[in-house]
Design a protein. Structure first.
Length: 367
């Protein structure tokens, strides 16, 4: 009887194990397939890299050779131009702050501009962090919130306006009509209208004050807050806005400084190209520069890394320059223009943090 029970239990146990076996085998096959797919993809990528390096090796070697044989005097000229460009930008920021009722010396705005530029270039979403950094440092220097907001806004708009004008000048000098010219003209007109609107508001803020108080009241009602919440602070901001006094001379100086900033950086590019033996017309130089700046602003990469170099090199080769020296010149320009801002900017930030730490330690309580 026991033997019969033992025999009868075997068929009942077998089905309980069978459903798991196919699943385990299927899982192993799936793992092997995934591994094989990853290996195949890795081999494919490696093959593409090897193929690209093999085809690009002559250009890379020529680029390195052009870089190492670049004229040091032209490179020093380029470095001087990029430093002068940053000084012009800092002067523009200081001038717009003065128009907004805040007096900040050039000695203060230059390190702030370098540090903000380093943050903008090296960090993801650098524009947000650099604006925040500049705002805080300018506040620490004694500028008002409305004056800083005015300065940052107008500086950005003037930079956009003047860069677009430089691009259109390049199109006009080249004797051709670019397909992007209508878009550029539209952007210039929109930017000019925005600036005109801001100037109008700054000169006669009464209408803005009424609108702002009305919107704030409705917002408080929707949020079920006391109706007067925030009105005192809004009145303070509008009072600060009354300090903005811009004349025709102020705008002429600001436009001149904005153009000087771009043209000095453009001169840095020209010097780096001359250092590797490339000499192009002024029109080609303008178009190459503005195309590179536009490409760098379109992609969310720190400092437009890759986009600027590719666009500028392509523009130069289309104009007749040899690829290897063109790439070498562009890389040298990026090292001087962007690299100097990054290095000096982070040195400024490190110095500021060191001073803050020493000050905090000096005022720390002693137990």
């Amino acid at each position: 009887m026991t033997d019969l029970l033992a025999i009868s239990t075997y068929p009942a146990e077998a089905p309980s194990a069978d459903p798991l076996a196919p699943r385990a085998q299927q899982g192993r096959r799936s793992d092997r397939f995934a591994t094989a797919r990853r290996v195949a993809f890795g081999v494919f990528v490696l093959a593409m890299v090897v193929d690209f390096m093999a085809s690009a090796a002559p250009t890379v070697v020529s680029t390195i050779r052009s870089t190492t044989t670049a004229s040091p005097w032209w490179l020093l000229t380029g470095l001087a131009c990029t430093v002068a460009s940053m000084v012009a930008f800092s002067a523009l920021r200081g001038w717009t702050l003065a128009v907004g009722g805040c007096r900040i010396s050039l000695r203060q705005t230059v390190p702030i501009s370098y540090a903000a530029g380093a943050v903008h270039t090296t960090l993801p979403a650098g524009a947000v962090f650099s604006t925040t950094y500049a705002f805080r440092r300018l506040r620490a220097a004694g500028a008002s919130m409305s004056g800083i907001t005015w300065s940052l806004t107008i500086t950005g708009l003037l930079s956009t306006l003047t860069l677009g004008a430089i691009g259109l000048l390049g199109v006009a000098l080249s004797g051709g009509i670019s397909s992007s010219a209508p878009t550029a003209i539209t952007q210039l007109l929109v930017t000019a209208l925005v600036i005109a609107g801001l100037v109008r508001v700054a000169r006669k803020p009464e209408a803005l004050a009424r609108l702002a108080h009305s919107v704030l009241t409705r917002f408080n009602t929707l949020r079920q807050r006391p109706v007067q919440t925030g009105h005192v602070r809004l009145a303070e901001i509008l009072t600060d806005l009354n300090a903005v006094r811009s004349s025709g001379r102020d705008w002429l100086v600001a436009l001149t400084l904005a153009l000087t900033n771009w043209f000095l950086d453009l001169a840095c590019l020209a010097a780096c190209l001359a250092a590797v033996g490339i000499h192009v017309s002024f029109a080609v130089l303008l178009l190459t520069y503005t195309a590179g700046m536009a490409a760098g602003s379109l992609l969310p990469l720190p400092g437009g890394l890759g986009a600027v170099e590719t666009t500028m090199t392509l523009a130069l080769t289309v104009a007749g320059a040899v690829a290897a020296p063109a790439l070498a010149g562009v890389l040298l320009y990026r090292v001087l223009s962007t690299g100097s801002v990054v290095v000096l900017g982070w040195i400024v930030i490190a110095t500021q943090r060191s001073r803050t730490s020493r000050t905090a330690g000096r005022h720390a309580p002693v137990y």
